[in-house]
Write a protein that binds this ligand. Structure first.
Ligand SMILES: NC(=O)c1ccc[n+]([C@@H]2O[C@H](COP(=O)([O-])OP(=O)(O)OC[C@H]3O[C@@H](n4cnc5c(N)ncnc54)[C@H](OP(=O)(O)O)[C@@H]3O)[C@@H](O)[C@H]2O)c1
Length: 307
């Protein structure tokens, strides 16, 4: 909870900056719904897991390892199914897709929440810059692998960030997906979050004419383990401004939870959501040609991956 929330009202959805995941699901019964969630072991994913399960959903909750998934599931009340999914490891993502298919559930929502931010030095997975791989390519594999299990009115929610505005001028540097021609921690994070947005919007275009939806989310700014790669000074400053400007995790999990389950989000697709409402994004995130190119290039990357 922060000071700034007292100056921000609610939007057309009836919710806003200060709304929490519990508030946006109050009175909803999610019994019978199956929701796949990535990054359940920390921060916003941990809170989304808790609240979705609290409201009666069966949450198929993934973390990097089965031990982390089990620990996160054991910490909450309700029906949960722990599954491992290391997004930077294609074999793990493929095993996750197979495990979820084997469960046999129709998925009412896929909530792509896991992410990493601002790695100080260039790291790669399979020749691709690691933030782009983890945040975008891993989720692309997971979602496209499970699309045939998405319910007729199923929702895909991709957690992006306001940091998509820090993406390179071109949006996606297709000639530098490895990061080897130049790397900046925040530009690379921004690019990965731009990719999240473009993916959600392109998926929405591909789902047009159906009742299935895809949206991207900016959760707000929250002090979570996401800041683990920030310098200690920057992280400490981040903590100091928290009481003034930051959301807490309960508020930070609200928009993705709203997008995944609230009746008010049912007809919303291809949108960028912040504070539980449709919000403006950087203009090139709405460029269908850029989004289509990213989809094709990601398919080519996935086709080259081992296993
Ligand atoms: N916090 C913010 O201010 C903020 C702002 C805008 C957008 N977001 C976005 O919100 C999402 C959630 O972030 P958060 O703040 O909750 O961060 P967090 O506390 O660090 O949680 C991130 C989760 O993602 C998991 N993860 C990281 N790398 C992974 C990988 N390779 N494979 C599988 N899981 C992986 C983490 O697992 P481990 O703990 O095992 O690494 C953790 O469970 C992210 O997509 C982030 O970009 C956050």
């Amino acid at each position: 909870m922060s000071l700034i929330q007292h100056f921000k009202g609610n939007g057309p959805s009836g919710f806003g900056y200060a709304s929490t995941a519990e508030q946006v699901t109050e009175g909803l019964s999610l019994a019978g719904r199956n929701i796949l969630l990535t990054g359940c072991s920390s921060g916003l994913g941990q809170e989304a897991l808790r609240v979705l399960a609290l409201r009666g959903a069966r949450v198929i909750a993934t973390a990097r390892t089965i031990e982390k998934s089990r620990a996160a599931c054991a910490a909450v009340a309700g029906e949960t199914v722990p599954v491992a999914c290391e997004l930077a490891e294609p074999a793990s993502v493929r095993a996750c897709v197979a495990a979820v298919k084997a469960l046999g559930y129709r998925l009412d929502a896929i909530l792509c929440n896991a992410g990493i931010m601002a790695l100080p030095k260039l790291q790669q997975a399979h020749g691709i810059e690691l933030q782009l791989f983890t945040n975008h390519v891993g989720h692309f594999m997971l979602v496209t692998g499970l699309l045939d299990r998405l319910a007729d009115d199923g929702r895909v929610v991709v957690v992006s960030s306001g940091a998509h505005r820090q993406a390179p001028r071109e949006g996606i540097q297709f000639d530098n997906l490895s990061g080897e021609k130049g790397y900046g921690p925040w530009a690379a994070y921004g690019q990965s979050k731009m990719a999240n947005l473009l993916f959600a919007k392109e998926l929405a275009r591909r789902l047009a004419g159906t009742r299935r939806t895809a949206n991207a989310v900016h959760p707000g700014v929250i002090r979570t383990n996401l800041g683990r790669h920030m310098s200690p000074v920057a992280y400490a400053l981040f903590g100091m401004v928290g009481p003034l400007f930051l959301k807490d995790a309960a508020q930070g999990a609200a928009t993705q939870t709203w997008a995944a389950v609230h009746p008010g989000a049912a007809g919303v697709s291809g949108a960028y959501l912040a504070d539980c409402n449709v919000a403006p994004c950087r203009a090139d995130a709405d460029d269908p040609a850029l989004a289509a190119r990213l989809w094709t290039v990601t398919e080519e990357i996935v086709a080259r991956l081992p296993g």
